[in-house]
Write a protein that binds this ligand. Structure first.
Ligand SMILES: [Zn+2]
Ligand SMILES: [Zn+2]
Length: 278
């Protein structure tokens, strides 16, 4: 499989000069199952707009597109109304939450309410695509549909205001773990370390430096040091750090990347448009 970062920014998009190298769009990941050429999307931050345009540009046809959500904070849903396939009456889109102990009651409402006419000109029911809203514990069949290759998708709740989920996706002997918007607190979340165990690629939130973290307790994010700790403890092969703070420009992030590499060589700070093959 292959992962492409369409949004690497946390909290709010930034378009300022000096932020272009790492990118200004908020969280959106595209996973491509290269043997079947099917895609699955994780989160619908503002990066989703470009993802939809790219699918159109290459003429990608997929009857049902799954979008799995880590959670529904603004920076993870704001691209949804700008996703071109959502306006295609022939397109099926499955909106998914994956994992146990989900607190969201009505998943459709989570999308319907921000699309009310007070906030947006086109309401959910008028967009065009056929939407399915599924709260499930196990998502494998929704990610890959008819493929004969076994795929396992596990969602695990982690600490974040309102709750959020990490995903572990296993296929063809490769393991991808995505954990964004995670606040470890005083101690590293050992359940997350277990979820990430032996991953070929761990994508982990690090919005803050260790110095910035204490003044942002309760905001729901990690430091670079914590992302590195999880990577080391879980024995992952590669670490990609994402959810960059909107105050951290390219120069700052390049410096952080250098420091991270000195401690864990196989670290990159995610850049918009970056692809990593597993
Ligand atoms: Zn976020
Ligand atoms: Zn969040």
């Amino acid at each position: 499989m292959k992962l492409k970062f369409y949004g690497t920014r946390g909290s709010i998009p930034v378009c300022d000069v000096g932020f272009q190298q790492f990118g200004g769009n908020t969280t959106c990941f595209q996973i491509t199952f290269t043997d079947t050429n099917r895609i699955a999307i994780v989160d619908a931050g503002t990066g989703l707009r470009k993802l939809g345009k790219d699918l159109r540009a290459i003429g990608h046809v997929q009857d049902q597109i799954p979008i799995a959500f880590t959670h529904f904070h603004w920076d993870h849903i704001q691209g949804f109304p700008f996703f071109a396939p959502a306006y295609d009456t022939k397109q099926k889109i499955t909106i998914l939450t994956v994992g146990q102990n989900q607190t969201v009651e009505n998943l459709r409402e989570v999308f319907e309410i921000p699309l009310q006419s007070h906030y947006f000109p086109i309401q959910l029911g008028l967009m065009g695509a056929q939407f399915d809203f599924l709260k499930i514990e196990e998502a494998s069949q929704h990610f890959t549909l008819t493929s004969s290759t076994p795929t396992k998708v596990t969602g695990q709740r982690h600490n974040h205001p309102g709750g959020a989920y990490s995903f572990r996706i296993e296929r063809n002997g490769k393991v991808l773990v995505i954990s964004t918007d995670v606040e470890h607190g005083e101690h590293i979340d050992m359940q997350l370390v277990e979820l990430a165990r032996g991953a070929d690629l761990l994508v982990h939130d690090a919005q803050y430096t260790a110095e910035e973290l204490p003044s942002h307790r309760g905001w729901g994010h990690s430091s670079y040091d914590q992302a590195l700790q999880v990577a080391e403890m879980a024995g992952v092969k590669q670490l990609a750090i994402t959810h960059h703070d909107p105050e951290h420009d390219d120069e700052f992030l390049l410096r952080m990347e250098q420091l991270c590499k000195e401690r864990f060589a196989e670290t990159v700070l995610a850049r918009e448009g970056m692809e990593i093959a597993l």
